[in-house]
Design a protein around this ligand. Structure first.
Ligand SMILES: Cc1cc2nc3c(=O)[nH]c(=O)nc-3n(C[C@H](O)[C@H](O)[C@H](O)COP(=O)(O)OP(=O)(O)OC[C@H]3O[C@@H](n4cnc5c(N)ncnc54)[C@H](O)[C@@H]3O)c2cc1C
Length: 422
C-alpha cells in the first residue's frame, strides 16, 4: 500500500510538492480552503522567474528606508505605524539579517536555490507540455538615476559571482533588447540584462498542473479548511478539517502566509509575516506595439511583465498586516508607473478597465529565504515562507521536500533552508 501524504494548500508550493510526491509513489491528497487552485498569493503575482532577484529585501540601510516610508501610502515600501506592534519581534529579526555579511550570505543561498528551482521547473513544464503564457527571454532592470545605478553595480557583481549571468547595458543596448523602451530612452541611464531569467503566469501554471494531478489520480479537495491535527506521540495521525477527519502518514504544510497560524496548532512558531503587494493587468491584444521582455524599474520597485496578450504591472511592499482590501491609491501608482514606462500604451491604460486588479500577501521570513523540510512532529514537512520569490523558488523546494520524504538526500542543504536556522 502506498503511504498517504496530505498537503495543506493548493498554491505554487503545495501543487508542485503534490506532483513530485505522486511521482515518488505516494498516495497524495491536497486540501485547499478556497474554491480552486492558486487563489491567494499565487494568483496574480509578477510572473517573474528570476534568479537575478536573489538579493533579499533587507539590504543594509533597510531600517532608514522603512522609517522614511512610515505612513506614506505612495511609497513603494510602506510601513503602517499602527501595524508596528504586530511586526515588532519579526521586524527585529528582519533587521538583524540586514548586516552586510548576512545580506551576501542570503544572496548566495537564494541564488543557489533559484538556479536549482528553475531547472526543476523547466524539466517539469517541458516534459508535461504545460502552457502558461511563458517565455524564456531574460529580464531587464533599468535606472533613471545614475546614483542608483552606481549603488547596485557592486551588488550585481556579487550576484554574477553567485552564478547568475548579468550583462551591464547602456540605454541603447537596453532598447535593442526591448525596443518598446525607446520612447523613454532619454530619461534612462542604463541598467542590466539578465539573459537566463524567464517569466510566466503562475495561476495558469497552477491550473495546468492541477489538471495533470487530477488525471493522475491525486485528490484535490477544495472548499475545505484544515483546523487542527490529531497526534500520537511524536507523529501526526490525521488532520481535522471543517468537513471531518483525514488520516495521514505524512503532512506537508504549504499554506503560504497562513502556515504560521496552522503551525501554532502543533506548537510551531513559524517566523512568517504578511507583506502586501499589488498588481494590475491589462489586455494589450489591440496594442500597436507590445513589450516582449519583462522590465523592472528598480527605483520605483515596479515590475512590468508581458503575459501572452496581457501585460501586468506589479509592485509595492506594505508592512501593514493582513487585509484583503485593495487600496485604489496603490493601483493608481501602478498605472502611473505603467504610463511613464510605456506611453504608447496610454490609450489602453487610460481607457480600458484592467483585466484584473489584485493584492496578495507575500509570506515573508526574516531572512527572505523559504522554510523547507521536517519540523515539529516527525512526519510534518514544511514548504512555506516563500516571500517575494516563491514563483522562482517553489519548484526547487517542492522537489527537496519530496526527496526528504522519500528518503533521498535533497540537493539543498537542510541547514540553510529549514527551521533549524532560526
Ligand atoms: C504582489 C506580489 C508579486 C509577486 N511577484 C513574484 C514574482 O514576480 N516572482 C516570484 O518569484 N514571486 C513573486 N511573488 C511571490 C509568490 O507569489 C509567492 O511566494 C508564492 O505565491 C507563495 O506560494 P505558496 O504556495 O507558498 O502560497 P499561496 O499561493 O498563498 O498558497 C497557500 C494556499 O494555502 C491555502 N490555505 C491557507 N490556510 C489553509 C487552511 N487552514 N486549510 C486549507 N488551505 C489553506 C490558501 O487558501 C492558499 O491557497 C509575488 C508575491 C506578491 C504578493
Amino acid at each position: 500500500m502506498p503511504k498517504k501524504a496530505i498537503i495543506v494548500g493548493a498554491g505554487l508550493a503545495g501543487l508542485q510538492t503534490a506532483w513530485f510526491l505522486h511521482n515518488d509513489g505516494w498516495d497524495v491528497t491536497v486540501v485547499e480552503r478556497r474554491e480552486g487552485v492558486a487563489l491567494e498569493t499565487s494568483l496574480a503575482n509578477g510572473g517573474l522567474i528570476t534568479p537575478s532577484h536573489a538579493a533579499p529585501w533587507n539590504s543594509p540601510g533597510i531600517f532608514r528606508a522603512l522609517l522614511s516610508s512610515l505612513n506614506d501610502e505612495t511609497a513603494a515600501l510602506y510601513l503602517k505605524a499602527s501595524a508596528i506592534p504586530s511586526y515588532l519581534l519579526w521586524g527585529m529579526r528582519f533587521l538583524r539579517n540586514s548586516t552586510y555579511s548576512r545580506y551576501f550570505r542570503t544572496i548566495e543561498r537564494n541564488s543557489r536555490l533559484a538556479h536549482f528551482s528553475q531547472g526543476v521547473l523547466n524539466e517539469m513544464t517541458d516534459s508535461l507540455g504545460l502552457r502558461f503564457d511563458s517565455d524564456r527571454r531574460g529580464t531587464i532592470m533599468f535606472y533613471r538615476n545614475r546614483r542608483s545605478l552606481d549603488r547596485v553595480t557592486p551588488i550585481n557583481k556579487y550576484i554574477a559571482a553567485s552564478g547568475v549571468r548579468v550583462n551591464p547595458c547602456s540605454t541603447d543596448e537596453l532598447i535593442r533588447i526591448e525596443p518598446a523602451l525607446d520612447r523613454i530612452g532619454d530619461g534612462l541611464c542604463g541598467g542590466f540584462y539578465y539573459p537566463d531569467d524567464q517569466h510566466g503566469d503562475a495561476h495558469l501554471f497552477c491550473r495546468a498542473l492541477a489538471a495533470r494531478l487530477s488525471e493522475a489520480g491525486v485528490e484535490l479537495r477544495f472548499g475545505e479548511t484544515v483546523n487542527g491535527f490529531e497526534t500520537q506521540g511524536s507523529r501526526i495521525t490525521g488532520l481535522v478539517t471543517d468537513k471531518g477527519r483525514l488520516a495521514a502518514d505524512a503532512v506537508v504544510l504549504a499554506a503560504g502566509f497562513w502556515s504560521r497560524e496552522i503551525g501554532r496548532k502543533l506548537r510551531l512558531r513559524l517566523p512568517i509575516k504578511p507583506v502586501k503587494g499589488y498588481s494590475v493587468t491589462f489586455d494589450v491584444s489591440q496594442a500597436s506595439r507590445k513589450p516582449a521582455i519583462p522590465v523592472v524599474d528598480d527605483d520605483a520597485h515596479i515590475g512590468m511583465t508581458p503575459l501572452g496578450n496581457r501585460i501586468r504591472f506589479v509592485g509595492t511592499a506594505e508592512f501593514s498586516g493582513y487585509s484583503p482590501e485593495i487600496n485604489p491609491t496603490r493601483i493608481d501608482n501602478l498605472r502611473r508607473a505603467a504610463l511613464t514606462t510605456y506611453p504608447d500604451l496610454a490609450p489602453i491604460i487610460n481607457a480600458a478597465d484592467p483585466v484584473s486588479t489584485w493584492c496578495g500577501h507575500r509570506p515573508m521570513t526574516p531572512d527572505c529565504l523559504p522554510i523547507v523540510g521536517q519540523s515539529g512532529p516527525e512526519n510534518l514537512y514544511l514548504n512555506t515562507g516563500h516571500g517575494y520569490l516563491g514563483w522562482t523558488t517553489a519548484s526547487g523546494t517542492s522537489r527537496a521536500v519530496a526527496d526528504l520524504m522519500s528518503g533521498r538526500q535533497p540537493y539543498l542543504s537542510e541547514d540553510h533552508y529549514s527551521m533549524r536556522r532560526f
